[in-house]
Design a protein around this ligand. Structure first.
Ligand SMILES: [Zn+2]
Ligand SMILES: [Zn+2]
Length: 360
């Protein structure tokens, strides 16, 4: 619900991109209510324009636990109860550890924040992977149901949780995590959601491909880069809000997300081949003024598309580099529902003609 509001808020921001409100003044926002975040819960700051009373709210993201070397949070007292028999391997410089499943057969994995007095900073490549699950083979990793990765971990390696088909509860580091590697959660077919990750900057290629239960994405306010086919075939995903920091979105990122209805692309510079290919329910895409090009087949068969909300002017939209086949469909054009491009200074129909769409 909160994300819907964010979409609406963004549409308003896009409409007022020059900084002016409907009543032609620059807002002077002052804080009227604030709730501080805790280790695990988000806070907020509600602000109001001193002149016109318009309100906006921003999220103050959860801080994540701050662990001592004894795996106890120094802020709230929460104590990790780490799973035994995991394998902790020293990093090359010997200053920290990376972790893998080792000989554990536990279904509930809790990773130490500190191991033998040194911080745990990474999940090893294939560390918890079940690479055989596509043939239906049970492995200790394919039976894992929950994973708690403590704050302090900075990177999740390639294929780290590949094929963890029983995984339903995933707790990622809220603050410290920066990168998720290629194929890291590919085929985690029971995973419905995971927590907000304030620190995350990069998601690798195919990282969440075929996560067929994933319905929503969490807030990722610092996410800058999403790799090729990162969310392809997430067939339950309905909304993709990638946060205001997104700069690079890989090709095919949402290819065949058949229930996807809306997407918000931050400050994304280009929309690549097949990014929204075969997203037959996609109705709305919010794209920034920073967008420089749209590649061929980017929106193939997006037959439900109604609106592209663009952060630039009509002139800028017309000058944007678009491949000739950026939007193609196999439907008879007669049956085709038209889409409109909502720019900051007016609305264009799909032929680039200034339009007055019903219900704009
Ligand atoms: Zn105002
Ligand atoms: Zn805490």
């Amino acid at each position: 619900m909160k994300k819907v509001l964010k979409f609406l808020a963004f549409a308003l921001v896009a409409a007022a991109v020059a900084g002016f409100s409907a009543c032609n003044h620059r807002h002077r926002f002052v804080s009227v209510e604030e709730r501080d975040p805790t280790c695990l819960t988000d806070g907020f700051r509600r602000m109001k324009c001193a002149d016109c009373g318009e309100e906006k709210e921003e999220t103050l993201y959860a801080l994540g636990h701050e662990y001592s070397i004894y795996n106890v949070c120094t802020r709230c007292g929460y104590e990790l109860e780490p799973t035994g028999k995991l394998a902790y391997l020293e990093t090359e410089d010997g200053e920290a550890y990376n972790v893998a499943l080792g000989s554990s057969t536990s279904k509930n994995i809790v990773i130490e924040a500190y191991h033998l007095g040194k911080p745990v900073v990474g999940i090893l490549t294939e560390g918890f992977a079940s690479l055989d699950t596509e043939e239906g083979t049970e492995t200790p990793a394919s039976l894992i149901e929950s994973i708690e990765i403590p704050d302090g971990v900075v990177s999740i390696g390639d294929r780290a949780f590949y094929g963890c088909t029983s995984l339903t509860t995933l707790s990622l580091p809220r603050n410290s995590l920066k990168t998720i590697g290629d194929l890291a959660f590919r085929g985690c077919s029971a995973l419905g959601s995971f927590n907000n990750v304030r620190g995350l900057e990069s998601i690798g290629a195919n990282a969440f491909a075929r996560c067929e239960s994933l319905t929503t994405l969490p807030d990722m306010p610092n996410l800058r880069k999403v790799g090729d086919f990162a969310f392809t075939e997430c067939t339950k995903l309905t909304r993709a809000y990638l946060g205001g920091s997104l700069e690079a979105l890989g090709k095919g990122a949402f290819y065949r997300c058949s229930l996807l209805q809306s997407a918000f692309l931050g400050r994304c510079a280009s929309i690549g081949e097949n990014t929204f290919g075969e997203c037959g329910r996609l109705e709305e895409v919010v794209v920034p003024r920073e967008l420089g090009k749209i590649d061929g087949a980017a929106f193939t068969d997006c037959t439900a598309l109604k609106s592209i909300r663009y952060g630039g002017t009509m002139e800028e939209w017309k000058n944007l580099t678009k491949a000739a086949d950026w939007f193609v469909t196999h439907l008879d054009p007669e049956e085709f529902v038209d889409y409109y491009v909502y720019c900051t200074d007016g609305t264009l129909d799909r032929n680039g003609v200034i339009a007055e769409p019903a219900g704009a």
